[in-house]
Design a protein around this ligand. Sequence first.
Ligand code: SAJ
Length: 441
Amino acid sequence: MKLTELRESIHHRQAKLAVIGLGYVGLPVACRFAEVGFDLVGVEVNHARLTAIQTGNLPISGHEPGLAELLSGVILQKKLVATSEYGLLTDREIILICVETPVDSEHNPQYQALRSAIIALGSVMKTGALVIIESTLAPGTMQDLVLPLLEQSSGKKVNDGFYLGICPERVMPGRLLANLRSVSRVVGGMTLDTAQTMALLYRSIVEAELDLTDCLTAELVKTVENAYRDVQIAFANEIALICEALGGDVWNVRDLVNKSPGRQMLMPGAGVGGHCIPKDPWLLAYAVKDRDIHLEIIPAARSVNTSMPVEVMKLIQRALNSKGVDIAGARILVMGYAYLEESDDARNSPSEILVKRLVESGANPIVHDPYVREYRGSPIDMAAGCDAVVFMVKHHDYLEMDLQCLRNGLRTPILVDGRGIFRPAVVRSAGMDYWGVGVGR
Ligand code: SAJ
């Protein structure tokens, strides 16, 4: 099929679509294209996730407004067929690949899922198909890995036997459907004609701007926007450490700095988690690994942000020392395990690092999180006999906590604030010592 025919087919919602990878990115996009009338096949290799989807049940927990209802609807109406079989893709004209692209402990991209998806697709892909990558890639990966591997596995030539582009996702846990509809997208094609065809497709589900460009630019924009955020957060964290050392209050400083024109200092805190920000800066850095460029800011920002849970650990140790309590054997209530407020997503959670450090130092951590299934419960009950309560996530439930009640249960009245949730004076008036990231003593 030529691109002109494909555009006609897209216009009439007759193009047969497929999404490979039905996770945080692939499932919402498959549901949205099905909702607007396309015929969808979704490929998912994770058996548990596939079974849930086939029975119309959302495998993504956490609060995702509208997604559960949308999924059950498109499954019931058979607009979305979920399978583990690539054989069902032989008639697909447009295939989106939405698989994970993590980095390893050396910060190198792990493209196993991407490679296997491309190889499996190549073996069944029909001539003239349009393949769109939504995964985040190190800049240059489309040209150096995706294109040659798809040509090799399909025996077809790009822009002849198939068309290829990249449209990086900009979703956010808790706002998966909302962002999909309302956040602009960068649409990178191997040719302008391909990008225009992709834009016609995405226009059917995206109300925001679609910026057409080439593949390298799209790869750069995605990794740069997240590296930028990581650097911004790292700056706020470094200012927090300075304020703590000098006896300042970073939250007051930040408020006043942001009154200066053109300043928008982000929030310091207990660390940077999630599946995007900790990883994407390394994908960007990887792209120039063998070039004669020495990166300073991007790796340094990662180092600062990764150290913040350790900074919280230092606060806990100083707080216990001030009360003559040994960290070994101390019961510590850790409030919040998800990486982000109002989410159950615990990927790369700063709390994970803190809990590990606490165990290594002989402390006995107890974890609470209203969104993470295994950590639900009464924080007041959990506080009983604890030597400190440490807030790692700014869940809304925590803002209204009865601090007096919390204090009454504690064995040692210490509150450590990793997210600037409480004002020190309010904590002290409830009878607890206040220790906070960015707040000097
Ligand atoms: N964080 C801070 N200080 C801040 C903001 C965030 O410490 O000022 C921490 C959070 O606690 C969390 C981590 O950083 O642990 C990441 O938070 P995030 O708000 O960046 O949320 P994410 O990880 O869901 O990032 C997504 C990204 N969106 C996409 O990749 C499409 C990111 O590009 C967005 O900038 C971000 O949402 C957003 O704007 O909210």
